[in-house]
Design a protein around this ligand. Structure first.
Ligand code: BEZ
Ligand code: FE
Length: 276
């Protein structure tokens, strides 16, 4: 009979995975077990610490429902979401960079004409956003489906308000023949990611803040091009260097310019990468 100790256990577990029918599942599980065991050995994990870890993961699962995904939040604050985005969206120079999707996108957002008010009652300083969608060759992309969503002046998305039935600060537009689109909304503000659960506890335990710099989310789809999921971040925001989810890229920082009438204007162009 084979006996297991701290030296031979890892290879024994990995050997049991040898018959995993799906090759990629076998590769992922083998690597995961190897790294988990190495981690436990390296920090000399105690039983009490591992029980605390299990309690933390249990609480993370229990915090999830149809509106709250605490595991995605955990992946976000550990930088794993952004790492996965960065590895899977390496683009040629000039294409707009991708960043994290976040938990506040909602399927079925209302469709609007150019110039419409997407704030739809959300509180904030008035702002008009002008954008253009092109390919890397600079040619306009017509009929691109441009979806945008953002937080209000209090740093809340519409879905965070209990009982709010209408979409506020989100919507879908189509680019015109010249690739351009524009809409009215409110100025994006910095906000803390939801920190009333285990992920918030983890941030506090590690001396980290929960804030994201002000940003406007975009998802852009056009036939023949890779879907672009990105944000435009607000230049000057004090959290640009310490985004709680590591999503900031210099190329995604835009200028919300204050106009003489006290409203703001943002101009930002999006360059799509051809689909592979
Ligand atoms: C967001 O930008 O909406 C977001 C991204 C990651 C975690 C929480 C919020
Ligand atoms: Fe956001």
């Amino acid at each position: 009979m084979q006996e297991y100790d701290q030296h031979n256990l890892t290879s024994a577990v990995i050997a049991r995975l040898a018959d995993t029918p799906d090759r990629r599942t076998r590769e992922i599980m083998t690597s995961l077990v190897g790294h988990l065991h190495d981690f436990a050995r390296k920090i000399r994990l105690t039983e009490a610490e591992w029980m605390r870890g299990i309690e933390f993961l249990t609480a993370t699962g229990q915090k999830c429902d149809d509106k709250r995904q605490e595991f995605i939040l955990l992946s976000d604050v550990l930088g794993l979401s952004m790492l996965t985005v960065a590895m899977n969206h390496q683009k040629p120079d000039g294409c707009t960079e991708a960043t994290v999707f976040g938990p506040f996108h909602v399927e079925g957002a209302p469709h609007y004409e150019h110039g419409a008010d997407l704030a739809n009652g959300a509180r904030g300083q008035l702002c008009t956003v002008y954008g253009r969608v092109t390919g890397a060759d600079g040619r306009p992309i017509a009929d691109a489906v441009v979806e945008t969503w953002q937080a209000d002046a209090d740093g809340h998305y519409d879905v965070q308000y209990e009982g709010l039935e209408v979409a506020q600060g989100r919507g879908v537009l189509k680019s015109g023949d010249d690739g351009r689109f524009h809409f009215r909304t409110i100025v994006a503000q910095a906000y803390p990611i939801p920190d009333d659960g285990p992920v918030g506890e983890l941030l506090r335990a590690t001396g980290r803040h929960p804030w994201r710099p002000a940003h406007l989310h975009f998802m852009i789809n056009a036939p023949g091009y890779e879907t672009l999921v990105t944000h435009v971040f607000r230049r000057g925001d004090k959290y640009l260097d310490s985004d709680a989810v590591f999503g900031v890229r210099t190329s995604l920082i835009g200028d919300w310019v204050r106009l003489t009438d006290g409203t703001y204007r943002l101009d930002f162009d999006f360059v799509l990468n051809p689909a592979r």
